[in-house]
Design a protein around this ligand. Structure first.
Ligand code: 13P
Length: 265
């Protein structure tokens, strides 16, 4: 089996002005030394991407878009094409739960976006995950299957290796930082869902792909719990929201990630 890289992604969501992003990057860069097979990816808001791309040291960090449109160009006021991200962002989030649940992004939309990203040689990070009520109704596996089959509908077995999956249970997003509901995905919960995801991928693309595909976790990841999640078999990294907005906490998450990678060797 190939050694899979570890990925830590900072999803800044709709936070930070241009100046704040630049200062954050400057401070973070002083705390981080590159490590083999560990990729640190920053996903700032779309309008700061270009300026950060001029500032960033690509030996330390990579950049991701939080969202994009699937058409390559044309009369789509207000949208940014994934084709326009070429040379700026190497990665693009697709189907984040906030896109699905606040902005009504459909499974078909995610399929178009994943295919467009591959076309433009941007690595899609396809976010999937069930809601609390879907989980309560025992539909978790079916929901995830639908999101995978729809999101990957245009992806052949040749290109599947270029896709990253991020499991973000909707019920565990932004709940650990003092939110109103304190639902946390336990490492055991995560382990069983990762098995489900990899078995769906096996069904769709075969055993080898299922072993090699990169699967990340997101949902209230912080410096206290990162190790317990990265220890789960089949987890290749984390998508961090709230805890990525503070230089200290995000750099400590990276530090812990390096420790656990060393320990696993
Ligand atoms: P939190 O880490 O704030 O729960 O956000 C997770 C997330 O949505 C990352 O994409």
């Amino acid at each position: 089996m190939e050694e899979r890289k570890t990925y830590i992604v900072a999803n800044w969501k709709m936070n930070f002005t241009m100046d704040e992003s630049s200062i954050f990057l400057h401070k973070l860069a002083q705390k981080i030394t590159p490590a083999k097979n560990l990729e640190i990816i920053l996903a700032p808001s779309i309008f700061t991407l270009q300026s950060l791309s001029l500032q960033v040291d690509y030996k330390q960090f990579r950049l991701a878009a939080q969202n994009f449109y699937h058409k390559d160009f044309g009369a789509y006021t207000g949208e940014v094409a994934v084709a326009q991200l070429k040379g700026i962002a190497e990665y693009g989030l697709v189907g984040h739960s906030e896109r699905r649940h606040i902005f009504g992004e459909t499974i078909e939309d995610t399929g178009h976006k994943v295919a467009a990203a591959i076309r433009s040689k941007v690595v899609p990070i396809l976010c999937i995950g069930e809601t609390m009520s879907e989980r309560a109704d025992g539909e978790e596996s079916d929901v995830i299957y639908d999101q995978l089959i729809g999101g990957l509908s245009g992806i052949t077995s040749h290109h599947i290796k270029d896709v990253i999956i991020a499991y973000e249970p909707v019920w565990a997003i932004s709940t650990g930082g003092g939110g109103t509901v304190s639902a946390i995905c336990s490492p055991d919960d995560l382990a069983s869902t990762i098995k489900i995801i990899r078995s769906h991928i096996k069904h769709l693309y075969g055993a080898k792909v299922s072993q090699n595909i990169r699967v990340l976790f997101g949902g209230s990841v912080n410096v206290e719990n990162i190790m317990s999640y990265l220890q789960v078999d089949g987890v290749d990294g984390a998508l961090v929201g709230g805890a990525s907005l503070n230089v200290e906490s995000f750099s400590n998450i990276i530090k812990k990630t390096k420790e656990i990678r060393q320990a696993k060797r």
